[in-house]
Design a protein around this ligand. Sequence first.
Ligand code: ZN
Length: 179
Amino acid sequence: MLGDDTTEQRLRLLQAEFTQFERRGPGDGRTATRTTSPAPLNLGVLDRIHAAVHEIEEHTRAADWTRPAGPVPADATRVYDWARQHTAHLDPERQQARETLICRQGLEHAIAMGDTTVVRKHPCPGCGCWGLMWRPAVQRAACPSRYCTDDDGLSRSWPLATLAHHHIARQLGLKTSAT
Ligand SMILES: [Zn+2]
């Protein structure tokens, strides 16, 4: 179904973690525990949230410039609802593009929090098998099947945008092909 709020929940978690970090502040002796966390949180998290909101805002405004959407909500986690409200009247392709973007950001938020297992919930867009593995160095999800390789014999891997595209297309009952 469209309108899934997983991305919003993940952004809220990300934001909460960051706020905690801010309140505690540097040099109180507890910051050291952070280094053992899979994704050390820092000011980059705030940048990430701003970038995510900005991307949604730009996408929403560009989708229909004939109807100015007004300011984005002050609460970053409301931006997805805001985007849906202002694009609900548009054609299915544009709504699909919006949901694909939201889905991709949801994956990004989870990975930013250290949960790279989210890619395993998506089948490989190339061969359909399960067990995709996140490769941080290239920021792509790699297929575990040794039969799923590119022309050079390397494991095929996919950007999060491709996983999101296929996920939303499946939800909409559309056929997809890995390209
Ligand atoms: Zn594969």
